[in-house]
Design a protein. Structure first.
Lengths: 354, 398
């Protein structure tokens, strides 16, 4: 019998106040900026100033978010560390690349090269915790985090680990943001104010963040939710998503009407939000629908923010007004489905249960 | 345990653009470490690299891509290798079974980013390359070219990346999540990595000499290799030829330093130990170890000590590093060495550890320096990366 996977601790650094809070009570919907920045925690509570100086923002946020998750789960040790990051340590990549180009490949120091490796966050957490176990980093756009989640779930099912630290991290870096604006990935200033659910313009409002989770094979008093299943599919047409969801639910002995809330990855890109609108208007018309990228911004591992949000909802049984797409309510929030995609690619389905 | 079946392989490296060409070079001691031609760098007269001697345009023509394509070099060589692997496995309908692609890369599209970084704002024609920087874009393109629609993901754990991609693929099949997975890695040479390794002062100005007392560092290389893993159900149903099996795998973290390996190779030791546990094999059953052997002072000492810890009083099997042939191909290294491991099993050959002259003074370990013919049932292959990431794979005869 395969072991079950429980979320027993969460930690979230995001563009909202998501630490030292109960939930999203201090969240604010910024409709005017095209790029959202994280609300910084007090790093010195978690990292020595000497180490902190050498670390890029993403690494620091990863360390803090993982420490929060561990504290939340009352655990001091983990067996494995599995991370996802779409762009990796882009701040240090930028720094090293600029030094190469500006100085014609001379007078370089290795620090930013060393820290630019995609698995730096997972490695630094392992160093901090002295965790010698399995340590993987996934870098595949919008499903970077779900790859880590699926891997962690398999490790627990196969009894390879009791406790796994899993997270998604992405950081913003100035020059890369300017390139994303140039390429039209990010919305234009003149199109504001933004209303993600009714946007007619292309592009997204960009964000950053780090969300970590403690997954364990044991249900505890502080358990948030059980992860029933995770599925990743690279390519789906708009009209194939419903069929996919139905078969995904069926594989877990569930049907559409069993879903108590659906978390959709609306990012305000008029070109691809049809994937979600179809579901919202048809498949899940009678289901409470939630969205989150108006709070977190869109980034490769924004779906980790969604998992944080859904975990909190199952635990507190309350849905904050600010994340509601429709006004449908349910007496109990037992089963939550998360669906995300980016540019019609990298689709992920995550199923949580109370 | 029986292990997961390997039914196809594809490879491009400095020593050849197909499995056959690579094997021919290995067997005939034809290394390919040369001056760099495809990248303009101030270090061109100092460093030697393992370079695929084809321009991007030649690769584009081979893939018959349209002029408006935005393939990075990493994606170009990756797609060619993956196509070879799928063809070699005799797959005609890619989505017939639940098929996934697990790729690995460390530089991704950095070769394009570094070439055009400051020109994007003045040359609109280049803007298409902005979206090909990230690691996931490479897998995306390979999947597209293969017509593969299912699970696609990418692992990036520096120089152990492809080992981890093979590991994940094997686990996805064992877990019943997928029936067939194309696994491997790809990394093109880039100014970024050349300068990175240069600042770390671990690039050799000559030919890399793994496990030699006078080793001076590594030669960088570029390569791509993919393998097709299939479930036993498919193998049986389609009467597939099994080239070899992935019988063991392990990943562990050294938790010592971001770039250096610990003195006793804790991570390497734990990775090998785990791989033995999974495979159910004893260390004495390994016939050949394809070591990571980058020829940096630090790696070879740490890896050697870890191997001695595994073997204790037993005899260490024949071992060699193939990096003198190809250079260190970073995220692709474990994938090309997986292909070499399978070829070693199929042909009963231990490859020579070229350039070796003087044994290391720290221990009594001597690599196999000449081509050796013998029956090989099991090969152990190590790959270690930055961030203390240590991986071991064991390949076995079907």
């Amino acid at each position: 019998m395969k072991k079950k996977t429980y979320i027993n601790g969460v930690g979230c650094i995001s563009t909202q106040k998501t630490f030292d809070t109960v939930f999203l009570e201090e969240a604010a919907y910024n409709q005017n900026d095209t790029v959202l920045s994280i609300i910084k925690p007090d790093y010195k509570d978690f990292i020595s100033p000497a180490s902190s100086r050498r670390m890029a923002k993403g690494v620091k946020n990863g360390i803090v978010a993982s420490a929060l998750a561990m504290k939340d789960a009352n655990t001091e040790n983990v067996d494995m560390i599995i991370s996802g990051t779409g762009m990796g340590c882009i701040e240090d990549s930028e720094k090293f690349l600029k030094n190469i180009l500006d100085n014609n490949e001379e007078f370089l120091t290795p620090t930013s090269f060393i820290q630019s490796t995609h698995n730096t966050v997972g490695a630094q957490i392992a160093l901090t915790l002295q965790c010698k176990g399995y340590n993987f980093t996934y870098v595949n756009g919008a499903i970077s985090f779900e790859s880590a989640l699926l891997d962690a779930k398999m490790q627990i099912e196969e009894d390879e680990a009791n406790t796994v630290l899993v997270g998604g991290i992405d950081e913003n870096a100035d020059y890369t943001l300017s390139l994303f604006k140039l390429a039209g990935f990010i919305k234009k200033e003149q199109d504001q104010p933004f209303n993600l659910l009714t946007e007619t313009s292309p592009g997204v409002v960009y964000g950053e963040g780090a969300s970590f989770f403690i997954l364990e094979n044991e249900k505890k008093e502080n358990t948030y939710a059980e992860i029933l299943d995770v599925e990743i599919i690279n390519t789906l047409e708009e009209n194939e998503v419903e069929t996919q969801i139905v078969s995904f639910l069926k594989a877990n002995q569930l049907q559409i009407s069993d879903v108590d809330a659906v978390v959709l990855g609306f990012n305000g890109d008029a070109t691809f939000d049809g994937y979600y609108k179809n579901l919202a208007e048809n498949t899940f018309a009678q289901t409470p629908q939630l969205y989150y990228k108006h709070l977190s911004g869109e980034y490769n591992t924004a779906s980790a923010f969604a998992l944080w949000m859904a975990s909190k909802i199952i635990k507190t049984q309350e849905i904050p007004e600010i994340v509601k797409v429709n006004q449908v309510e349910k007496p109990v929030y037992k089963t939550i489905l998360l669906y995300n995609q980016y540019n019609g690619k990298n689709h992920s389905f995550t199923l949580l249960s109370k | 345990m029986k292990g997961v079946a390997i039914t196809g392989m594809g490879i491009l490296s400095s020593i050849g653009n197909s499995v056959e060409e690579n094997f021919d070079s290995l067997r005939n001691e034809k290394l390919a470490i040369t001056r760099i031609e495809n990248i303009t760098t101030v270090h061109a007269d100092v460093i030697k690299v393992g370079e695929i001697k084809k321009t991007n345009q030649e690769l584009i023509d081979e893939l018959q891509l349209t002029a408006d394509n935005n393939f990075s070099r990493t994606a170009l060589i990756g797609t060619l290798a993956a196509k070879q692997a799928v063809e070699n496995a005799g797959i005609s309908s890619i989505n017939e079974f639940r098929t996934g692609l697990i790729s690995a890369t460390s530089v991704g599209g950095m070769d394009m980013t570094e070439k055009h970084y400051y020109d994007y704002f003045t040359n609109p024609e280049l803007i298409k390359y902005i979206g090909c920087h990230d690691g996931g874009d490479v897998a995306e393109k390979i999947a597209n070219e293969l017509g593969l629609k299912g699970m696609v993901t990418t692992i990036s754990t520096a120089c152990s990346s492809a080992a981890n991609a093979i590991m994940l693929g094997a686990r996805l099949i064992k877990n019943g999540k997928l029936d067939r997975v194309i696994v491997g890695g790809t990394d093109a040479l880039a100014k970024f990595t050349i300068n990175g390794f240069k600042t770390l002062m671990i690039l050799s100005d000559g030919y890399n000499k793994p496990f030699d007392n006078n080793r001076k560092g590594l030669n960088l290389g570029e390569a791509a290799a993919f393998l097709v893993l299939e479930s036993d159900e498919i193998v049986k149903k389609q009467n597939k030829k099994v080239l070899a099996r992935v019988s063991g795998y392990g990943n562990a973290n050294d938790a010592f330093h971001q770039t250096a390996s610990s003195e006793n190779g804790d991570g390497a030791f734990l990775a090998m130990k785990k791989a033995f546990e999974i495979s159910g094999l004893k260390p004495s059953e390994i016939d050949y170890i394809n070591v990571h052997g980058t020829a940096t002072p630090n790696n070879d000492l740490s890896e050697g000590r870890a191997i001695l810890r595994i073997y204790q009083d037993e005899k260490v099997p024949d071992f060699s590093s193939t990096k003198p042939f190809t250079g260190h191909t970073l995220a692709a290294a474990a994938a090309i060495e997986a292909v070499y491991s399978v070829l070693a099993i199929q042909n009963g050959i231990v490859y020579p550890n070229l350039n070796f002259e003087t044994p290391m003074e720290e221990f009594d370990l001597q690599p196999q320096t000449t081509l050796k013919n013998k029956n090989i049932e099991h090969v152990l292959s190590n790959s270690f990366g930055f961030g203390g990431n240590c991986s071991t794979l064991i390949f076995s005869k079907d």
